[in-house]
Design a protein around this ligand. Sequence first.
Ligand SMILES: [Zn+2]
Length: 148
Amino acid sequence: MPQLFNDLLDKLQKSIHDGWTGVKEAILSLNPIPEPIRPILSSRYFWFVVWIAAFSTLGRNLFGGRVGNWIGLSVGGGVWYWIMPHSGPELPILIIVLIASPILGAWLNHTKLGRLVRGTKICPDCAEEVKVKAKVCKYCSYRFVIVS
Ligand SMILES: [Zn+2]
């Protein structure tokens, strides 16, 4: 009797296993992801970028602006390091970006290139930054001579 029971159990386990394998293969064959994209999706770097983007969005929503972005990237990188201690070059690159971006941002704040990106100009009277299209300075009411 116990032998019969064991045989039955074996059969049951085998059918569940085979059934599961069949279900898994059916799901894989239905895979809507095209073949050329699959290596990208299985790449750790792709998921690192997605991960980091999610954290920077979260940081921007919680703390706002560039600072929130920076906080989000730092926390995201830290959590990534925590769950993937043997990660490759992605973290050193992120750390370089995290150090360089505030420096670059601060530098852009005081350069002509930065003003070009922001679409602003400097008022010759009060030295404040105003929009390029402004005809009157919002700080000192200086009237710009629009050459056109
Ligand atoms: Zn002004």
